[in-house]
Design a binder for this molecule. Structure first.
Ligand code: ATP
Length: 311
């Protein structure tokens, strides 16, 4: 993978507000053509990062390169469509007129309005007033506005927020379509299920810091090994003594070991060596949600779980 394929490069990005580090040393890379998930609980620093990416706010420190240029460079902004704060639409104008107005202000030809409405499935409602749209339609019009420039990079900040299940499904399909069209998409979300369904790679942010980055499979691959071993107290002590074992917990008589897959053989060897009889070994598939929970559980015992929800 060459640097040319990196659409976004963020290095050591920090934004502080007084004593609060809203974004704290974030580094991440988004590659051309991928649908990238930026996952984190409310207040984790997603919007702040995305706003710095667009040059809407200035970093306290660190660097951001988007489409090979500094954040906010007009030459790259022309190639980026974004839905961050939700564009201000006029409720008494139709969807189509709203988009034509935005196109005019953005210096984009009005010929882009039709395809943008088509892309979000609103072509047949273009003549209806924005005020009469459902929330899902309003959000989709927001995405249409982001598509007016026929952008290479689309940045969507929590686009399914507040939508009902059908609206969420429509939005997810729309995002998958954007990816199929060869656009690079950055999707921020606090919904693990959503990201799991549509993103190839994911960065998990919590309290301003990236706590994990990789493919959904890789994140899940920080797996648990499920063991049935007796005597369990010797097994537990043996496992806890192994430096590459991150965590061990006991559940329904089984030992659940957080460990890289490559250590499976070493683990069984160590147990047998300690006189433990191992009667079952299985790699437990973890839902991204569980991974996310582990990653965002804080050492002080608090979690952001209350902020998380299912799709
Ligand atoms: N202009 C600001 N002044 C002071 N604090 C801010 C400002 N903008 C953001 N913050 C704080 O920075 C932290 C990160 O906020 P941010 O909006 O980036 O989080 P988020 O992950 O996008 O969350 P959400 O999903 O709730 O939008 C929060 O604690 C927020 O209160």
């Amino acid at each position: 993978m060459t640097a040319v394929d990196d659409v976004v490069q963020i290095r050591d990005l920090t934004k502080t507000y007084g004593s609060l580090a809203a974004v704290d040393g974030v580094s991440l890379t988004v590659r051309r053509g991928e649908v990238f998930g930026f996952l984190g609980p409310n207040g984790a620093g997603k919007t702040t990062t995305l706003r710095m990416l667009l040059g809407l706010i200035r970093p306290t420190s660190g660097t951001v390169s988007v489409l090979g240029r500094a954040a906010g460079d007009p030459k790259s902004l022309r190639r980026i469509g974004s839905l961050i704060e939700g564009p201000g639409f006029y409720p008494y104008l139709t969807g189509g007129t709203n988009l034509r107005t935005i196109a005019r202000y953005a210096g984009v030809p009005a010929s882009g309005v039709g395809p943008a409405l088509e892309a979000v499935g609103l072509a047949d409602r273009a003549g209806d007033k924005f005020g009469s749209y459902s929330l899902g339609m309003k959000q989709r019009l927001g995405v249409a506005a982001a598509l007016l420039k026929d952008p290479e990079l689309v940045i969507l900040d929590e686009p399914t927020n507040g939508l009902d299940p059908q609206g969420m499904r429509d939005m997810r399909e729309l995002i998958v379509d954007l990816g199929r069209q060869g656009r690079t998409v950055i999707l921020s979300s606090h919904l693990m299920g959503e990201v799991q369904q549509i993103c190839e790679r994911v960065a998990v942010i919590d309290r301003g810091r990236i706590v994990s980055e990789g493919t959904v499979e890789q994140l899940r691959g920080e797996t648990e090994l499920e063991l049935v071993a007796t005597p369990s107290d010797t097994a537990l002590a043996t496992l806890r003594a192994l430096t590459f074992v991150e965590r061990v917990r006991v559940e329904d008589g089984r030992l659940l070991v957080s460990v890289g897959v490559r250590h499976t053989a070493e683990i069984t060897r160590a147990l047998v060596h300690a006189g433990v009889s191992v009667t079952g070994v299985r790699r437990a598939e973890r839902e991204l949600e569980d991974v996310f929970f582990d990653l965002t559980t804080h050492h002080d015992g608090s979690t952001d779980q209350k902020e998380l929800s299912h799709v």
